[in-house]
Write a protein that binds this ligand. Structure first.
Ligand code: MN
Ligand code: MN
Length: 291
């Protein structure tokens, strides 16, 4: 299992590097999402979710819509979050591009927090201890962590397997890490209040039901490509937006709201997926080697 995970991690590492090259002011977000997803498929893997490009106060869960005209801004914070899998073995990782001098420290805070978290992650360590490390680093930079976003345990074909890694000292995250566990660790830093709320849009969905008398054709099409993992309607030109909206209303689809910082603070994120070894955590996408 570790061998496949390392291979998928390598694909995600290269996909992030490619996305970083593409992320220039004026470039359409749609172009970056499509090119990076094609890169993942060309490397014998599948996207574990649509490429997320979340800008400034948008913290997470934005992927380009069909025909999206959004472009990378001249200044601000661009978070690129990429997931890939092979046979359900998932690696999830993210970097932040700080465009313009103002927000460089916010990105550095999230990066340093990820570094501290990966170093702290060992068998026997409780999840809240990692959150404590994340919170201390981000506060030392003069910012706040995003309290209501967390890292998460990953299992085969399951991106969020229940257990979380908080971004602050949250004693309710009391599980100890064990050898063989896989966790995505993802510190978010902000110059806002530190809470995300649901935005107005949904750009990412997943199947919530596998049987339905009306929507079975949609379920079959989505299932054959994405299985139970998140998808974007971009991947399915044969399904129109109206059908997606009706399937959402019928409970056949689950929608992930775009998440926005409550006080419209800007948000940075770094993420890697780690495999818990016998005495340390193995960072699979090697996010910290990127920038
Ligand atoms: Mn992610
Ligand atoms: Mn994640």
């Amino acid at each position: 299992m570790l061998r496949i995970l390392r291979q998928v991690g390598d694909v995600v590492h290269k996909a992030l590097r490619y996305a970083l090259d593409l992320t220039q002011p004026g470039t359409p977000v749609l172009e970056i999402c499509e090119k990076v997803e094609a890169f993942i498929r060309a490397n014998d893997a599948k996207p574990a979710f649509p490429v997320n490009i979340s800008i400034n106060e948008v913290a997470a869960h934005y992927t380009a819509k069909r025909g999206d005209d959004l472009t990378i801004p001249k200044t601000g914070l661009v978070k690129i979050d990429i997931g890939a899998h092979r046979d359900g073995y998932i690696v999830d990782a993210a970097v932040t591009v700080a465009l313009g001098p103002v927000f460089v420290n916010l990105a550095k805070a999230a990066r340093a927090a990820l570094e501290a978290a990966v170093n702290a992650a060992k068998p026997g360590v409780k999840a809240w201890q990692i959150g404590d490390a994340v919170e201390r680093v981000i506060k030392n930079y003069g910012f706040k962590p995003v309290y209501n976003l967390t890292g998460h345990k990953i299992e085969r074909y399951l991106l969020h397997a229940g257990y979380v890694i908080p971004n602050y000292l949250d004693k309710s995250a009391s599980q100890a890490l064990s050898p063989g566990d896989i966790y995505a660790i993802e510190p978010f830093s902000t110059n806002g209040e530190g809470y995300v709320v649901d935005g107005k849009e949904i750009t990412i969905f997943r199947l919530a039901r596998m049987r339905h008398k009306v929507f079975q054709p949609l379920i079959d099409v989505v299932s054959s490509e994405a299985g139970p993992l998140p998808f974007t309607p971009r991947w399915f030109p044969q399904i129109d937006d109206n059908t997606i909206a009706m399937a959402l209303k019928a409970g056949v689809l689950h929608g992930y709201e775009v998440l926005v910082e409550r006080s419209r603070g800007f948000v940075a994120q770094y993420e890697d997926t780690v495999y818990i070894g016998e005495d340390s955590a193995v960072p699979l996408a090697r996010t910290l080697d990127l920038l």
